[in-house]
Design a protein around this ligand. Structure first.
Ligand code: SER
Length: 327
């Protein structure tokens, strides 16, 4: 990949699932001191704190964002802080406040200070039961049933508006469920696809909170990081979608994932006990058409179900063995 065009970067939500990995890639490419990490409630790891500046930031407070932007001379913001689908249903008022007010603050600071670029993640949660279930087109019906999905649709429209009205370079991806080995996700509906690995390796058992035949679009973290960087480094003339790009990768049922893990851990047993998250999963599509991302800026995932599963099991097994040896 080519070197980044941006100068100093602020990344919010760095203690979360995606932020905790994206931050290291951005620091590798731009230099640790040029990428400011901002988290809110969770304690940042030592490795994160030692690799560059870290700030505690509540993104619902616009003046707090401004202070960091001024202090460090920030040119671009990757705004990852947010509340996910299942957590959002437990407190819809908070989800709206955190997701919408934070995005609006980031866009306003970027507009007022004439920042170079903003990245903001949208999600498959923008879709709803009226959306086609397979191979969802880029432009389609967006009537989500979760407050998280509502904030993502509103956010996409707001990003598009800031681009159209103020010329702000704000780019976005509709992330599917992200599978990763470093930081577990929290409060999402697709979390089972990560939990299953932890439990399979540690306990050889997992009680999955969606039905075995639940199929959702997913993506492995290395592909998620490379898509994000590729989109942000694409020449602006190549970007045709200023709401948010569909991003496809993997698509499998919970049972297909369990079977794939069983190939590596033969005594693993998965049982299924759907809870309130099943309804959310059922309102989302099974697969996406990401042809626009492929055509406009060359998106192509590297991992399939089998290579992702092998890599996850290898990485987590190594980590748990290391932890056991230390204790
Ligand atoms: N992974 C998210 C969730 O489950 C979807 O964007 O909420």
């Amino acid at each position: 990949m080519t070197a980044s065009r941006t100068g100093r970067i602020l990344v919010t939500g760095v203690t979360g699932q995606i932020g905790s990995e994206l931050i290291f890639e951005l620091r590798k490419r731009n230099g640790g001191e040029n990428v400011v990490a901002a988290g809110h409630k969770r304690v940042p790891s030592e490795t994160l704190q030692n690799s560059g500046p870290y700030e505690t930031l509540d993104t619902t407070d616009k003046s707090a964002i401004e202070k960091i932007v001024n202090e460090y001379g920030i040119d671009s913001i990757y705004h990852l802080a947010g509340i996910l689908s299942a957590a959002g249903e437990k407190n819809p008022q908070l989800a709206w406040h955190v997701n919408m007010d934070s995005l609006h603050n980031v866009l306003e600071v970027a507009r007022e200070k004439n920042l170079q670029q903003v990245f903001w993640p949208s999600s498959i949660a923008v879709f709803g039961p009226e959306t086609p279930r397979r191979n969802v087109p880029q432009e389609t019906v967006l009537i989500p049933r979760t407050v998280y999905g509502v904030t993502k649709v509103a956010g996409e429209l707001l990003c598009n508006y800031y681009h159209d009205r103020f010329g702000l370079d704000v780019r976005s991806l509709r992330y599917p469920g992200i599978i990763s080995s470093e930081t577990p996700p929290g409060g999402g509906t697709t979390d089972y696809a990560v939990e299953i690995f932890y439990e399979a390796i540690k306990k050889k058992r997992y009680k999955c909170f969606v039905r075995r035949d639940t199929v959702l679009p997913m993506l492995y973290m290395p592909d998620c990081i490379s898509a994000t960087i590729k989109l942000m480094e694409a020449d602006p003339s190549k970007i045709e979608i200023w709401t948010s790009y569909n991003l496809g990768g993997l698509s499998f049922s919970a049972e297909e994932l369990a079977d794939e893990i069983k190939k590596l851990i033969p005594d693993f047993v998965c049982s299924y006990q759907p809870d309130f998250r099943q309804k959310i999963a059922d309102s989302w599509p099974m697969s996406l058409d990401d042809g626009a991302a492929r055509k406009d800026w060359g998106w192509k995932p590297d991992y399939d179900l089998s290579s992702m599963t092998m890599d996850m099991v290898k990485k987590l097994t190594r980590r748990f063995e290391g932890e056991a040896a230390e204790s």
